[in-house]
Design a protein around this ligand. Sequence first.
Ligand code: SF4
Ligand code: SF4
Length: 415
Amino acid sequence: MKTIDAINRKIAEGNAIVCTAAELKQRIAEDETITAADVDVVTTGTFGVMSGTLAVLHLPVTTPGTFRHAEKVWLNGVPTVPGPCPNEGLGSVDLVVYGTARASSAYGGGHLFRDIVAGKEITIEVESSQKRFSRTVTLADMGHARLITTRSAFKNYLAVINTRPDPVQTIFSVKELTGPFREASVSGCGDINPLQNDPGLNVIGVGTRILLNGGTGYIMGAGTRSSREKPNIAAYGDMHAMQPEMMGGFVTSVGPECNTSVAIPIPVLDDTVLAGLRITNDRIPLPVADVRDRIPFATASYADVWDGTDPVISFSPGACVRCDSCPAAQSCPTGAITLQAGIDPLLCVNCGTCVRECCGGAFSGNLGVLPVGTMKVPITLRQSDRARALRLCVHLKDLILDRKFSLTGKMEDLL
Ligand code: SF4
Ligand code: SF4
């Protein structure tokens, strides 16, 4: 059996064998005889809508003594929760912002977090004793800017379908989710998801160093609604180190949600750990639930979502018929479409909405179908971006190979 210390020494010496989860599965498909001696670290990742995300910030507002207590605070119009420290008379504020807080139907906490990390100017407005104070700040002005997840990187998730005729507005759809059984909305990155690759929670636990939105973070413990069968993590990370491309806002039919990403290195200590890493999409059940109660009534698999489908959506400008107002651009949940430039790859999360909305067929991508009983239900929305998660796995692998990221052993079991 290898140890974390021994693997870290190999990383420091530049001798560690590191591969992504996708690369490992490809190697295993070609050579079943691989053992734990053949690989030291496997990088896993996931990216998608994760509502349980918040930020804890400390921001300067004005000179000390100008106001006593910040009673209400907005950042770019997004309402925040001032405190818990009262910061009496300091002219600065501690506050908490929910990733699901909303300034409008198109801008929320997830958009704000990305703008902060991108270094954009953020307008802070403070209400105190019926007076208003405002200024602009950037991340450089924030001594403390920490992102926290209360529930993230679920060991895969579920597919949602409307089983009745009346359409439903939901966090699982960009437009109304139509029925009965007309379309499916799916979440989860399948066999590259971190917790899916450590089913026994042998190496992932409290204290594990990870990438949260592309920057170094740590697992604090199990997230809310975790169970042994379907765990998720609570984590934190410094926003100063994060990458805007690995986070952001996502506008659903009931308002803005928050995109978050997690990458976790799996140290291949022995063949038991390697056995967990052998999981493939076809062996991962995908529960299918009705949108109203979210109680699963059928099971598909992640092979239906990610095997033989197109992880990346493409755009063919020549097919555009120049509609009066571009329904694809208007529906894009991340604002990634302009007719001049097509798809902005830094904003696009490959959700597939434009494929359905485009009048001219200029957007293309096979999103797959879910077998539900005797029916085949087309997938029309992906709320997880496997292409981006794959890039995250590569990024973490490169950090380890460049000796910029070492592994930590877990201090306690997750559950
Ligand atoms: S796939 Fe289309 S609709 Fe979805 S984010 Fe990308 S450009 Fe926007
Ligand atoms: S919906 Fe499609 S065809 Fe119509 S303007 Fe937009 S890209 Fe062009």
